[in-house]
Design a protein. Sequence first.
Length: 217
Amino acid sequence: MNSTQLKLLLELGDELLKTGSSHNQKTALMMYQCGANLQSADAYLCLYKAKKITSFKNKTYPNTATQDLFAAVNRNHPGAIVIAANENYFGDASVQYFYLKVAEKLFTHIENHDFAEISLLLQKTAAKVPNFMQTAISEYVQQWEIGSALKMPSPVCKSCSNLKRWDNAAPICLVTSLEITKFLDSCSLIKRIEVDPKYVDEVRFNMDESYNETSDD
């Protein structure tokens, strides 16, 4: 099945789904599943939307709606990434920021796309991601060639969860193997805290409190 035939198959499934008939909805799911079997990101996204609408469960379609959504995300579908971000499915601010930057780049190849939604999502997410991580992610995505393998760049360490592991005055980041104190000047969260660096205990407390706030989102 070529791309044109696949597109027509999914469009037919959409029309059947709109009728509201139980039989037609099941037929639409079958069509979407055929597309998913061909590893189509669009088909996985259609499955997600259909299962959300119908709450359909069947051994023939074992994946949950969320699993289908992430199958589309893993195939770099920008629309699926935006949905996952809106639903807070990524669970971590740095991971979400990474995928949103990927979606932003992918959307540049779609004509007449409205960037307002993704710009707002990026703005909200960036407020919870340290500047040095934003830089690392942005540089990686900028150099990434669409269609090539995609992987998380370093440092993306669960919104700096490693910063909570303070063993001494200059702890080492487990991702970069550098002293975390070298990152303080480039971290947007730490810039909000007026603390004299000489007081290590006070700095440690404020660092932990700041990153505890982001890890709960």
